[in-house]
Design a binder for this molecule. Sequence first.
Ligand code: NAD
Length: 340
Amino acid sequence: MMKVSVNGYGTIGKRVASAILAQPDMSLIGVSKTSTNYEAYHAQRLGIPLYVPKDSIKEFEDAGIKVMGTIEEMFRDSDVIVDATPNGVGAQYKQVYSSLGKKSIFQGGEKANVADVSFSALCNYDEAVDKKYVRVVSCNTTGLLRTLCTINRVEKITKVRATIVRRAADPKEVKKGPINSLTPDPASIPSHHAKDVNTVLKDLDIVTMAIVAPTTLMHVHMLNITLANQVTREEVLSTLSSTPRILLVSGKSKITSTAEIIEVARDIGRSRNDLYETVVFEDSVSVKGNELFLMYAVHQESIVVPENIDAIRAVTGFRDGLKSVEMTNTSMGIRKGYLV
Ligand code: NAD
């Protein structure tokens, strides 16, 4: 059993912790908390061991939250630390992980140079095997890479032009906006996503543009992909529908929006209404000459969670990437085919 801890129990950290608990080959040492908020109380209710900064132990205990030890003690007991702290904080922790000789997984809010390799399981699992530090790319980049590496199996991609409509905030973020504007993010082109894709697909000709929209549910990407040779729409749909971690929504289902996609996630009883899969609008998949067009939605709070689990296996020397993806999918109920 790999002993894993999660530093930063927020949007990503709590989902990664739940996913670790579902793995047959991992045990969750505990999670860290720095604030005595609702997430700390809920973790306690779930029986997850909580570790806190040394000078906060009394504050937590006064708040009625049982503390297992300090964050550093949690690190010492772990084989792998998943860092899910806010953007830039992970880079500061790297010194601590390094001084303790611990392997660690960082998130996409960190700069690429925080780790030995940027990671997306369907693209470059092998590159992460036995590495000390791995960075799981952001939610948008995970959506892009998962889709592009899948299309690349149908036909070689020569060029990608992508427009990204970003959700403004996660549902729990009460202070973020905008609430009444569409905001280029940034107006200059390309957006940072193209560079991030190139940390994994190093030679790909890709330009991305991004805009922030007042919604909290999901991102939507619009892709124009140029291929080396013509393919049929049927070939593309057949590959998308047979690839785990990708789901299609058909026009027949009358799902026309991210709101209805999330409603289905609720209907099918997904924990926290999470959709780990990239959700492709089937009707958008179109071919014109060597060009392929498609639109898909990305559930920003959960798409990176299975990638974190695979990254943990990779750094601990588990060599079979396909097997890891399968184990993760099975344990988390991640599907392929159609959403409904
Ligand atoms: P979050 O704010 O929801 O959670 C971060 C957690 O870390 C909070 O619980 C916070 O209390 C805790 N924390 C803050 N400082 C800490 C410290 N010094 N030590 C330990 N814990 C500390 O943030 P998030 O959205 O989960 O983002 C975490 C990382 O995941 C970022 O790199 C982000 O870019 C990336 N990411 C976020 C999303 C998303 O949509 N939220 C998607 C993909 C990747």
